[in-house]
Design a protein around this ligand. Sequence first.
Ligand SMILES: [Zn+2]
Length: 654
Amino acid sequence: MLIRVVKRVQVSENDTSNGHYFPNRAPLQLVPFQRLPPSAVKPDGWILDRLKTQVNGLNGKLSDISDYLVYTNCGWVDPTKTGWEELPYWLRGFADLGFVTGDANTLALTNRWIDGILSSQQSDGWFGPNALRTSLDGGPDLWPAMPLLEALRSFYEYSNDARVIPFLVKYFQFMNQQAPVVFSRGWSFTRWADNMDTIIWLYNRTTGNDWLIDLLTKIHTNGANWLTGLPTWHNVNIAQGFREPALYSLVANPADPRLLYATYHDYTLVMNQYGQFPGGCFAGDENCRTGYGDPRQGLETCGIVEFMHSFEVLTRITGDGVWADRCETLAFNSLPAAFDPNLGRGTHYITCANCIQLDDKAKTQKQFDNDFPMLAYKPGVHQYRCCTHNHGMGWPYYAEEAWLATYDGGICASLFVPSQVTALVGPGAGTMVTITEITDYPFDENIQFNIQLPAATQFKFYIRIPNWLEKAPILSLNGEVIFNQKTPENGSYLILDRLWTNGDVLSYTVALPLKTQIWTTNKNSVSVYRGPIAYSLDLNEEYTRIGGTDDWPEYSVTAKANWNYGLVLSSITEQSVKRKKRNISVKNIFAADNIPTEITVVGRRIPEWQADTENVVGLLPQSPVQSQQPNENLKLIPMGTARLRITAFPSIAH
Ligand SMILES: [Zn+2]
């Protein structure tokens, strides 16, 4: 057997593809990984529980209460009516929720909407509300269709419905006929990456449509310039848009390495300035503002799911596991806290790393860029409008992207979740493999893959090595250790090339290190991690019903515990970690009652660190901080569990 370790899965110019899932066709550059059809992955365990909660939660039941989602009054099925981004946002998450869970009601409602949308296309290729044909300086607003096209892609992969491909071809012909200036208008200007991805998808599934390549160039030329820094400081624009140069790098001929570099650089630019706290978000509580990088700032729920989506796309394009690491950072630490822990029928506009109260009051001292109430958990159909409709793709896409097809006919375990994948692998027409992944990751270090095959098959099995790993990853095949070495650089992939047989069992161990991180540009504050999960001070949250109905309750959350502590760094040792259960409960894993692991550390109160007059947590003091207060034992809980949280702490001077 051949085992290789690579920092990045790179495809050379001389490589040809024998991938089974529509790898890029010439002249597009080949990429390492392809998304599998949305029903290839069957989620299980905690992620299935999250998806079932979503079926009955805000995304799954939103059409019961949202006036934007009334079928008989929606411009996306009746062009004489109005509509904008809300239906496309909602249906993108809702459709994949149905495809990945198989929930009958979700699938039926998805089919109804998609039938209506496919039937509404007009002879020139346009679809959607007629009013949008002329709503931007007399020309069309091409933005709101973008998320809907992603829903149609998934629908096609799920159903093979013959209407979808001609529909997309016709729509992009309409787009291709637009004057260049149209591509520079509105929200589209910074968000073209969404459409580029869909155009590439379509090109790979059709022939005789070389004009799609020209359309990609037209978009790149007239859309926002992401090559020389950021063209916008709006949080969702950045989260969506920064992958544009990476996508265009697949088109550019001759190849231009500056394009891919620009995407990496844009990410670093925003995170160095505004992302210096745990959770993977950045300070964009609508736009990033110079000087506002404290962990009390937040990111929109839209920003969280769009950033995750970008990282999933970039994992596939670049073959660089760092993007998968970034995706799981958001999934475990930030996404869960964007929803109430009970029914999951409330969200909020922004999620912050340090947050001591979630209330429904406007903050009037410019603590945040927006001055409307953004923190309480509510359905928020109008108050949080975009986030309420857009959040749904977070978990379904995460489950679907857990497994990827590879350009060389192999398969990749990319994001580790309890699941089962069924996909074609190996030479020629391929052999259908089923791999069952059994794990409590990220709360446990062991991941087991059980392989079922109708016949012995040679293929490459790629496994991500997380970048936070400190000890050597351990890989065993049928009980025998086959790999146990430190890998040369943080984060990479193991590639196992062998003849796999039915019943093979692969065991993978990624020890979860306890680590601290110092945020030097945020007052030397400190955060505690175990593996990919950051830990927050348990503030003993109290939920108060502030409105809504029994079916759609609205909550504010207040702290019953003190929050203004600094940490005694010497108290953070492996002995601080307490595993509460060997086998974690799969029910509501990100709720305070079900915490699998907690960490006990020593801290002291810092009396001068206070909330402001509107109960927003005070800006971090410069660490180390002198405190004459007594030592106290503090309980830290997983950041995704904590809706109120101190996650970037001052440190206490010796
Ligand atoms: Zn939003």
